[in-house]
Design a protein around this ligand. Structure first.
Ligand SMILES: Nc1ncnc2c1ncn2[C@@H]1O[C@H](COP(=O)(O)OP(=O)(O)OP(=O)(O)O)[C@@H](O)[C@H]1O
Length: 245
């Protein structure tokens, strides 16, 4: 699904991504983890087509990306909800921009609100919601466009541990229900291990990948309760700690 070849991204003279290569298979999930400033967001934005590479190639479904792609959904840390619109209108936004007709919008928004347990909140404004509810609205809005690729930049970082885990569970369920490929950028080791089929560990300050771990247990809803979960978490932690020394 995603092929990244010899990718270089510079901000002026500063090298943010240095000759990076990565493949993400269709309908799989890739978690990108690494210390602050290692280039995670830069990489995600390049895959989203928001940021132009200095050199190298990014292909999605075999096609070189040129700017924003219609069926790529992106969820950012600050939710991106419009404060003057209700939950219903925020969720409908992506469809309205794509000029869907009223009947399609009503049907899809109603369905997705039900799926994400947001029906009772449909007339509320973002300011009246908790962080977890806002993030569910942001996920709902992105899913209405039926993305085949869902990109997320630290989507749950402002949430408490319990809300965070319940949204991770929700995301896994949605991933299984809607055939899509996911890329999630996170600082959180447990999140990367729970949500990553492929866990990409980036090196500090170098804009390079340090290691890719394949996680054969991805998709197991009870994975957090298993010994293998902790083994992989420890492996990721050790790799990240080595960078600190
Ligand atoms: N517009 C910009 N101009 C110059 N340098 C930038 C710009 N955006 C990012 N950088 C630098 O590029 C590097 C990578 O930034 P990026 O935001 O991709 O890191 P990150 O891994 O996502 O960090 P964090 O986890 O803190 O969000 C950082 O050193 C940052 O200072």
């Amino acid at each position: 699904m995603i092929e990244i070849e010899d990718l270089n991204i510079r901000y002026g003279n500063f090298i943010a991504i240095d000759n990076l290569n990565l493949n993400v298979e269709k309908y799989s999930s890739c978690a990108i983890i690494g210390p602050s400033g290692c280039g995670k967001t830069t990489l995600l934005y390049a895959v989203a087509g928001i940021l132009k590479p200095s050199s190298g190639l990014i292909k999605i479904n075999g096609e070189k990306i040129k700017g924003n792609r219609k069926s790529t959904g992106i969820i950012l840390q600050n939710y991106g909800l419009l404060p003057w619109k209700t939950v219903w209108d925020n969720v409908a936004l992506g469809l309205k921009i794509r000029k869907a007709n009223r009947e399609t919008i009503n049907k899809k928004v109603t369905n997705i609100l039900k799926k994400l347990d947001l029906e009772d909140l449909k007339d509320k404004y973002p300011v009246q919601l908790s962080g977890g509810q806002r993030q569910r609205v942001a996920i709902a809005r992105t899913l209405t466009i039926e993305p085949d690729l869902l990109l997320m930049d630290e989507p749950f970082s402002s949430l408490d541990a319990i809300s965070r885990e319940s949204l991770q569970d929700l995301l896994l369920r949605l991933y299984k229900e809607n055939k899509m490929t996911m890329v999630i950028v996170t600082h959180n080791i447990e999140e990367a291990v729970f949500l990553g089929h492929k866990i990409v560990i980036m090196a500090k300050r170098e804009g390079k990948i340090k290691k890719v771990i394949e996680n054969p247990y991805f998709g197991d809803e009870e994975f957090r309760n298993r010994v293998d979960f902790y083994k992989i978490c420890r492996e990721v932690r050790n790799l990240m700690e080595k960078d600190e020394t």
